[in-house]
Design a protein around this ligand. Structure first.
Ligand SMILES: *[C@@H]1O[C@H](CO)[C@@H](O)[C@H](O)[C@H]1NC(C)=O
Ligand SMILES: *[C@@H]1O[C@H](CO)[C@@H](O)[C@H](O)[C@H]1NC(C)=O
Ligand SMILES: *[C@@H]1O[C@H](CO)[C@@H](O)[C@H](O)[C@H]1NC(C)=O
Ligand SMILES: *[C@@H]1O[C@H](CO)[C@@H](O)[C@H](O)[C@H]1NC(C)=O
Ligand SMILES: *[C@@H]1O[C@H](CO)[C@@H](O)[C@H](O)[C@H]1NC(C)=O
Ligand SMILES: *[C@@H]1O[C@H](CO)[C@@H](O)[C@H](O)[C@H]1NC(C)=O
Ligand SMILES: [Cu+2]
Length: 183
């Protein structure tokens, strides 16, 4: 019976997938397309002074993504500022609540907090947890993150997602879509 076989195969595949992911540890993204580049440019909005951008290009070594974070106008109060790749793009009205939760394809969840010494165990989207929070008033940083993907179809792919910057108390301040700038 084809149907029963199909269902059985699907269940078996799901069981294997679950077993492989039981520790919720991220795999290194080793198939990012050479030359792929995305940018999230923060919008001019009247309710914050924060401006700037985050660029993301396939790491020249082939593993992971080279990020360049370039921010200015960070408030002197309320920091340091966590920032993350969130799961969804920014709604057209700019409401950062609509970016939903952090990119977390391995479903490790929010707790315990990210341990920067074990970045594979952090949420893939938790860039600040893995690499440090942004500090006022200007913040420039660049680093390679091994677990983020620029390969469409991968769970850790973020070219269709967004960045959100928070106050230390987690309130969302501003957010921007990633858009393709080179491929
Ligand atoms: C988590 O599971 C994967 C897949 O089974 C394995 O390759 C990896 O070594 C494990 N990592 C840890 C920290 O246990
Ligand atoms: C990125 O943001 C920084 C800080 O605001 C700015 O100086 C720079 O010109 C921006 N780069 C691009 C390509 O928009
Ligand atoms: C979070 O911090 C910001 C900046 O200090 C403040 O304006 C805001 O009211 C705080 N939000 C909450 C829910 O405490
Ligand atoms: C972000 O991207 C989505 C999907 O392409 C789009 O619908 C939305 O309008 C964009 N948001 C902003 C603020 O440009
Ligand atoms: C943003 O979206 C959330 C959830 O849909 C909503 O509760 C909130 O009122 C919105 N904020 C603004 C300023 O429209
Ligand atoms: C983004 O792309 C990934 C991989 O192609 C896909 O799994 C995910 O559903 C997409 N997310 C959104 C919000 O479009
Ligand atoms: Cu966030």
């Amino acid at each position: 019976n084809m149907l029963v076989q199909t269902i059985f195969s699907a269940l078996a595949a799901a069981t294997i997938a679950t077993a492989a992911n039981q520790n919720h540890t991220a795999s290194i993204a080793n198939d990012n397309p050479a030359g792929a580049a995305y940018m999230a440019r923060l919008p001019d909005r009247p309710d914050t002074t924060i401006r700037g951008n985050i660029t993301a290009v396939t790491d020249p070594d082939g593993n992971g993504v080279l990020f360049a974070v370039d921010l200015e106008g960070l408030p002197m109060e309320g920091g340091p500022f966590p920032y993350h790749i969130h799961d969804h793009p920014v709604p057209s009205d700019g409401n950062c609540t609509g970016t939903l939760a952090h990119l977390d394809p391995w479903q490790r969840g929010e707790t315990p907090p990210c341990d920067a010494n074990a970045p594979a165990t952090c949420q893939v989207g938790d860039l600040a947890g893995k690499h440090g929070k942004a500090k006022a008033p200007t913040f420039a940083d660049s680093y390679t993150d091994l677990y983020t993907s620029l390969q469409q179809g991968k769970g850790a792919f973020f070219g269709n997602r967004s960045i959100t910057i928070h106050f230390a108390n987690t309130t969302r301040i501003t957010c921007a879509n990633f858009t393709l700038i080179a491929s």
